[in-house]
Design a protein. Structure first.
Length: 253
């Protein structure tokens, strides 16, 4: 991902707009420096996720809502954008239920994990978002979110974005990452699937590798909540948003 290319393009978008970001690589780097090896698990349904205990949550806050969020705000301010950096925790922007247990596959066996600080977004603080947008501010939002019991929880950004976009009645979502779109052949960067009908989205899960499965799930949820189009495209190139909107990646509608 080339953050400078993304933000330079983002500043030219018509308001109102919201930027949602992750920080997985930065979190891994910080965890390594602190001697805390990240643990990635696979759910029984085949989705990868990060186990989040209290130490991992501390590192998440450092990386996501700390370092990366504030660097993005700094860069946007330099570009003349009145950015406001927030986590889903702030003002209960992203609120949901903490999972009592998670079920994973480990060495071919099902295993139940308790005490994990993960959850799923169910509510969005629209009052706060509308207040910021009406004032000409651009929210820059990231994990963690907050549980109903006021605990910080690790929420999947793609699915949190879907719920928030639906609540905001957004028409389009542009999701950028280090690939030119959804690939039919993961080893062939030219095998981009150009267009997907939302009614047939489940047929394309077989082509999704790693976190791309959650991006497709998030796209499906967003479309079900009223978003008209979801664009999956390359964040490493110049004008990545403009090119995505022209159909250079994968369009789901």
């Amino acid at each position: 991902m080339n953050l400078d290319y993304v933000l330079e393009d983002f500043k030219d978008l018509t308001d109102p707009k919201v930027l949602v970001h992750g920080a997985s690589e930065t979190m891994n780097e910080i965890a390594e420096k602190l001697g805390e090896k990240p643990k990635i698990v696979t759910s029984v349904s085949g989705f990868e996720s990060r186990l989040t205990d209290e130490k991992a949550m501390d590192i998440m806050m450092m990386a996501y809502s700390g370092l990366v969020n504030k660097r993005i705000v700094e860069k946007l301010q330099a570009l003349g954008v009145q950015a406001v950096g927030l986590s889903g925790l702030d003002g209960r922007i992203w609120e949901g239920r903490r999972k009592d247990t998670i079920k994973i596959m480990e060495e071919g066996k099902k295993k139940v994990i308790r005490g994990d600080l993960t959850g799923k977004i169910e509510k969005v603080n629209l009052d706060l978002l509308h207040l910021l947008l009406a004032g000409g501010y651009v929210p820059v939002i990231t994990a963690p979110g907050i549980s109903y019991e006021s605990e910080a929880i690790n929420l999947d950004n793609d699915r949190a974005l879907a719920v928030m976009a639906g609540e905001l009645k957004a028409e389009k979502i542009v999701s950028l990452f280090a690939a030119p779109g959804l690939l039919k052949d993961f080893s062939d960067q030219t095998s981009v699937i150009k267009e997907i009908n939302k009614e047939n989205l489940a047929d394309y899960y077989e082509f999704a590798q790693g976190r791309m499965k959650k991006k497709l799930m998030g796209a499906g949820e967003a479309l079900a909540l009223g978003v008209k189009e979801v664009y999956l495209s390359d964040g490493r190139i110049e004008q990545p948003i403009a090119k995505a909107l022209k159909g250079e990646g994968t369009v789901i509608k």
